[in-house]
Design a protein around this ligand. Structure first.
Ligand SMILES: [Zn+2]
Length: 644
């Protein structure tokens, strides 16, 4: 990789930028021979986006010559943008009725067509708005996109939305890519659908054609019922629009996805029709964009800290600079490999960004400094030897490393929302041998706390009360506190909803977990491994905490009540999770394995491997013994649910 392979982007013409993006995109995705570092490539793409947001080259990111060209039946227009409250107020005067407000996802626009039977027929990128690329095979792998609509459509319909990456998913890739949008754009044009699926793309549906509904919010509700992941949206009076915009702007750093603004749409469809479109954009919708999240500063020092996993992590200390309205003086450098990749030196002028929910990031060096950045030779906390692992440096003795152990407790108190235990306090408690692991917090007494400098009666009592308050915890919050990779809010909620309590969560197999809608194999593996690794801590915490498990949900009333369906093999018509969700909605059960009481074993229609699964073998054995499930194919299953 050439360290400084880019010309001065501020002076380059749009044509030159487009040429560079095309060239480097091809080297990266087609030839697997990048000449630019990832941050440089991102910088190049960003420069083009800033200068020419509508450039068709931006939609070409990813493998070139991807799929067949698809002509859009209705042109995919971009949204009109506004940057000020006055422009917004003007626009609101143009129509009657309420306004639908939703986040503007920073992703890749796509169109998905379903046939009259509700079957996913074709998906395409926006392209130049008239013609896009066929991305059907990759879109079929996105778990937010139903392969078959759960609600029968009135005829063929077209769903539009944004393909994006959740930040919690992007975290797994961020040492290779510095920005979720570019990775999403590349992943959706990945030639191998399996590889595309592994990236873990999400989809936010915000538009449907072919459905006759009186309001925008009726359409969005229909999309959620049809099986699309629901998106956040508010239906408000015109006078409340600005307030909702400000609220979203405030919440932006804590969202699990990047947004670059807020989309507003006239709610009444008759008003939308009346307003119509210009040749560039619809008049009934407006994107109010956020701004000002890039800045330049000078690197003064690099601080090395040790994370709870033992990773020695560099943090840039820079001269204070305002980013998105917040003063910033510290920024992430991720790992030692990133410092090397940036070619960072002390005194360098650096470009910083603050995007979405991540802490500020050093994007690049704009002018080099004069002294090298020294990488520590031993663990800055415990002095142990460091083990290099790819771009990372790991403390070799995390089970005794002070910083790593304190980091684990710090994660726990932050996730459990126990106030008053900052890094300094945890350090004092650690050094006194009082708190070396999260479970130790629960045996902490006021008398012990009084031994810490500057802690008086009042504070000691308050801290003990804080811990006592956290002793009772909901299962999903408990899981989130454990610090297991990929077990953040969303997955913790899914586990709590799908499994019957903590024992079931601890016993779950990666296969069962991967079968749950929206989880997938990679997360399933890392979560089950993490839970196994943390088992001693989990058992210690269970002994001192009260974990509230939700009452098992009574099976809903429905036509399939009392029937159970087990699925096996590769399914063609629906994804397995979709079929399971459908059965559950109709009141049926979907156990994991076949037993004497199972009503049906549904075998997927793709029998290309010619093998019998273990579930099928078990079922056939039961049937031979005169019991067991009825064995059916996907067609028979569809007939049963259609009849129900
Ligand atoms: Zn250490």
């Amino acid at each position: 990789m050439k360290p400084n392979g880019l010309p001065d982007l501020t002076r380059a013409s749009v044509e030159a930028l487009e040429g560079l993006v095309r060239y480097h995109n091809k080297l990266y995705w087609d030839d697997d021979a990048p000449e630019l570092s990832d941050p440089d490539f991102d910088r190049l793409v960003r420069a083009l986006r800033e200068r020419a947001p509508g450039s068709p080259v931006l939609d070409e990111l990813g493998a070139s010559r991807f799929g067949e060209p698809v002509t859009h039946e209705v042109a995919m227009l971009s949204l009109d943008k506004c940057y000020g409250d006055d422009e917004l107020a003007d626009w609101l005067l143009d129509f009657e009725g309420r306004v639908v407000v939703s986040p503007k996802f920073d992703g890749v626009a796509a169109s998905i067509r379903y046939d009259a039977a509700g079957q996913l027929a074709r998906a395409a990128t926006r392209g130049d708005g008239v013609t896009g690329d066929d991305i059907t095979r990759n879109v079929r792998e996105i778990s937010d996109v139903p392969r078959r609509l759960l609600v029968a459509p009135p005829g063929p319909v077209e769903v539009r939305g944004e393909i994006f990456l959740r930040l919690s998913v992007f975290a797994r890739h961020k040492d290779r890519f510095s920005n979720p949008r570019n990775l999403a754009a590349g992943a959706i044009k990945q030639k191998d659908p399996k590889k595309s699926a592994e990236i873990g793309l999400s989809f936010a549906a915000y538009e449907i054609f072919g459905l006759d509904a009186p309001t925008e919010h009726d359409k969005i509700d229909w999309l959620a019922r049809a099986g699309f992941a629901p998106i956040e949206r508010r239906v408000v009076e015109k006078g409340e629009v600005l307030e909702v915009y400000r609220e979203l702007a405030r919440r932006r750093p804590s969202l699990d996805y990047e947004i670059d603004g807020v989309v507003m749409k006239a709610d009444r469809v008759d008003e939308q029709r009346r307003l119509g479109s210009t040749s560039h954009h619809p008049r009934f919708a407006l994107a109010y964009k956020f701004q000002g999240d890039t800045g330049t500063s000078r690197l003064r020092a690099v601080e090395w800290s040790v994370s709870r996993t033992g990773a020695v992590t560099p943090i840039a200390l820079v001269d204070p600079v305002a980013l998105s309205g917040v003063m910033v003086s510290r920024a992430s450098l991720h790992h030692p490999g990133y410092v090397a990749k940036l070619g960072l030196s002390l005194g360098a002028e650096v470009e910083l960004t603050r995007r979405g929910g991540v802490i500020p990031n050093v994007e690049r060096v704009t002018s080099p400094g004069d002294a090298p950045v020294e990488v520590p030779a031993a663990c800055p906390s415990c002095g142990s030897e460091l083990t290099p692992q790819g771009d990372f440096l790991l403390c070799s003795r995390t089970s005794t490393c002070r910083a790593a152990l304190i980091g684990r407790v710090a994660h726990f108190v932050a996730a459990a929302e126990i106030d008053g235990f900052g890094e300094r306090m945890l350090g004092e408690l650690f050094d006194r041998g009082l708190v070396r692991a999260p479970q130790d917090l629960f045996s902490l007494t006021a008398a012990q706390l009084l031994t810490v400098p500057r802690v008086g009666d009042k504070l000691a009592t308050k801290l003990v009360a804080e811990v006592a308050r956290a002793r009772t915890i909901r299962l999903d919050d408990f899981l989130r506190c454990l610090g297991v990779d990929d077990l953040a809010r969303h997955v913790a909620k899914v586990l709590t909803r799908e499994l019957a309590g903590l024992d079931a969560v601890l016993a779950v197999t990666p296969e069962r977990l991967a079968g749950i809608h929206g989880i997938g194999e990679i997360i399933a593996r890392s979560v089950t491994e993490g839970l196994r690794r943390e088992r001693p801590m989990i058992d210690a915490l269970r002994a001192v905490m009260t974990i509230e498990e939700p009452a098992p949900v009574a099976p809903p009333e429905g036509p399939l009540r009392g029937l159970s369906f087990v699925f096996t093999g590769k399914m063609v018509r629906r994804r397995r999770e979709e079929a399971q969700a459908l059965v559950q909605r109709l009141g049926g059960a979907t156990p994991d394995g076949v037993s004497k009481t199972t009503s049906y074993l549904v075998i997927g229609d793709d029998r290309s491997d010619g093998k019998q699964s273990s579930k099928e073998k078990a079922a056939r054995k039961l049937v031979a013994g005169g019991a067991g499930p009825k064995i059916i194919d996907e067609g028979e299953f569809e007939a049963i649910v259609a009849g129900a």
